[in-house]
Design a protein. Sequence first.
Length: 438
Amino acid sequence: MDIYERLLDGEAKLALVGLGYVGMPIAVAFAKKIGVIGFDFNKEKIEKYRNGTDPTREVGDEAIRNTTVEFTADPARLAEAKFIIVAVPTPVNDDHTPDLSPVEGASRFVGQNITPGTIVVFESTVYPGVTEETCIPIIEKESGLKCGVDWKIGYSPERINPGDKVHRLETITKIVSGMDEETLDTVAKVYELVVEAGVHRAESIKVAEAAKVIENSQRDINIAFMNELSIIFHKMGIDTRSVLEAAGTKWNFLKFQPGLVGGHCIGIDPYYLTYRAEQFGYHSQIILSGRRINDDMGKYVAESLVKLLIRNDTQVKNARVAVLGFTFKENCPDTRNSKVFDIVKELREYGIEPMIVDPQGDAAEAEQLYGVTFAPMSEVKEMDAVLMAVKHREFEAFTPEDIAGFFAAKHRTKVFVDLKGLYDKNRFTAPEWSYWRL
């Protein structure tokens, strides 16, 4: 009996290593079909799951309370599984080189607890070659077991979009790969248990790794182009969004928007590809150019806000500025690699300590990672400027009258930066408003 049949019969279990925004929804989905062990070395996170709380808000507390996932912080439980999925983050270092320590650490945990006859599948976004050149040697060293003989390996890149309730694990085509045809077939059948959209069988592990890393690189480059257009059109006194709406009437015009590019995918994955390209003697031009533009957008936004203050005769140093939204994207608690912090840092360079409000953001995480404290919405008053940074659902219902109430009465003209163009610009006209958007 193969692993797939043993999983279905309850004779074998599937284990998830890493229970964050990617791993936890996968564990919950599989637990509806087969036995699942959910492992994370973060004991605090495991306790939250055991208590029926979903800190990621990806599936909700009720789904966590009702799931049959066996949550554990004990790596020895991995020995009970015959199919192990690794879904740990892959960040970059300060110099933009890949930080493989989470993947390497997970590989050690797996190696120390793997049993013969197990398939290990990595989901973490990596450059082509990591699974076979980095992960396999670590697992072999820790286990004393030979890959291809005692255990098999595959790769199936995650496509989880945090906060997206439409494009979910079940509805997105899943790329799968394996070290040989037999492994590929098993990996494909296992994922087909939960992925209603079906799977795409990549011809090799490296092809699957490369496919994932270029998905976000492509998006990064397109957003960088939009950001560059925004900078150009501002100099010309043209509204970028109006230009994009006009151009978007052509059937093959790609509808991207300017904005901050943060998070742990689009703003990071391109560096994995360019790092690997450097090892092969090629220095990326387009990809790194896009990265430079997107990495500088926080500074550009802050400078634009300061110019508006000066233009409206407001003292810059110690100006009262409210920044609404801090997470890396809307309707999501995740603040990791938030580019809103780049705006905050640049404002501080001008002597401005902004008030940050985020009803969705993980306040403890923001304080730990950035040293910032969120203020309640009720404290946003007597402001010199307001910057709408993230379009959380709580902010969408604001009317111009609501926003006007955030400002000090002394201001004849209110400086309002609507970063993502959440509101109708025709309702924020001069002289009452000095309105700016990308």
